[in-house]
Unconditional design. Structure first.
Length: 105
């Protein structure tokens, strides 16, 4: 399977999926954070950590949110992966620049 690179601004971090859930999903549904947490089967505090972008979307949470929103877990996991990868690349930028790629395998 061929891997495609995503063209995105290099200087800007991808949006954390918790921010999307907070600013797009919950208001569109017209429910409170407490109600969303109850329906997801998690504590309000856990949901607040996700919404404040201090906790990642785990596989389990992606299953919950994907079921709740009806769009499946893959979308939420891909958003979290893009967010994590961008931040890891930023933190490792100097170290990665010292690694020479293999030209032939």
């Amino acid at each position: 399977m061929r891997e495609y690179s995503v063209k995105r601004p290099v200087k800007r971090s991808p949006t954390h999926p918790g921010e999307i859930f907070c600013k797009d999903v919950i208001p569109k549904l017209g429910i409170s954070v407490s109600e969303a947490a109850r329906r997801l089967g998690i504590s309000r505090q856990q949901l607040h950590r996700i919404l404040s972008c201090t906790q990642p979307i785990t596989t389990e949470m992606a299953l919950r949110i994907g079921r709740f929103t009806g769009n499946g877990p893959g979308l939420w996991l891909r958003m979290q992966q893009a967010y994590d990868l961008w931040h890891a690349e930023e933190q490792m930028k100097d170290e990665l620049s010292r690694i020479e790629p293999v030209t032939s395998v």
